[in-house]
Design a protein around this ligand. Structure first.
Ligand code: G3P
Length: 217
């Protein structure tokens, strides 16, 4: 399972990257806003830091403009994945850029049918949004499972990039279902290490160690 970090915060990416936890990065216009950085500058810095795919999202809504934006973003670095929304214009952009050999991440996916269209348009990644389905009382994880089944039925090679991950359970469930990639905020990735029994066990070991009066260094 690959871990992408869903942020445009350089320091947070660098910290996790140093631990070998970063297989790629995803950004979107809201994350660029949050970073307060220029999209071209910050994306270039991320691409220099991380070897894997770095998603950078187009903001035009007509295909010709989306294609032009995608080509400009693609010039930032060879590891750019151009991110396009799941609209007909986005699918046309996906097909055009994929045919040119460009990695494309089709985002804002909320149905299995949308995921089929993205795969047929040559998407490298499909991004179903789990948390936003949960927000409206649907089960985001059901969507991941459905897409996994359908992609496997037909041998679609598009990778399932489970997105809008808000909890550690979203990560576990995505792994059980067989999502190829999860993208999560740094805080969620860091929480994966937490367990109260680990804390309690360590506390007991350290307490007993102190009683030995020994030192390792
Ligand atoms: O990768 C998409 C992600 O950024 C959306 O997450 O929490 O805004 O639904 P969220």
């Amino acid at each position: 399972m690959k871990f992408f970090v869903d942020t445009a915060e350089i320091d947070a990416i660098a910290e996790l990257n140093d631990l070998g936890m970063v297989d790629g990065v995803t950004t979107n216009p809201s994350l660029i806003l949050k970073s307060g950085r220029d999209i071209l500058e910050v994306t270039k810095e991320i691409c220099e830091l991380v070897d894997g795919p770095v998603s950078a999202e187009v903001v035009a809504t007509e295909a010709d403009d989306m294609i032009a934006e995608g080509r400009k973003l693609a010039k930032i670095a060879p590891n750019i994945a151009v991110k396009v929304p799941l609209t007909w214009a986005g699918l046309k952009t996906c097909k055009t850029l994929s045919d040119e050999g460009q990695m494309v991440n089709v985002t804002l996916c909320f149905s299995t049918n949308q995921a089929i269209l993205a795969a047929k348009a040559g998407a490298t990644f499909i991004s179903p949004f789990i948390g936003r389905l949960d927000d409206i009382n649907l089960d985001g994880m059901d969507l991941i499972a459905d897409i996994r089944q359908v992609y496997d039925n037909y041998g679609f090679e598009t990778e399932i990039l489970a997105a809008s991950i808000r909890t550690v359970n979203h990560v576990t469930d995505s792994a059980r279902i067989g999502a190829d990639v999860i993208t999560a905020p740094p805080g969620v990735i860091k929480k994966l290490a937490d367990h109260p029994l680990t804390d309690k066990g360590l506390e007991a070991f350290l307490s007993d160690w102190a009683k030995t009066g020994q030192k390792i260094l």
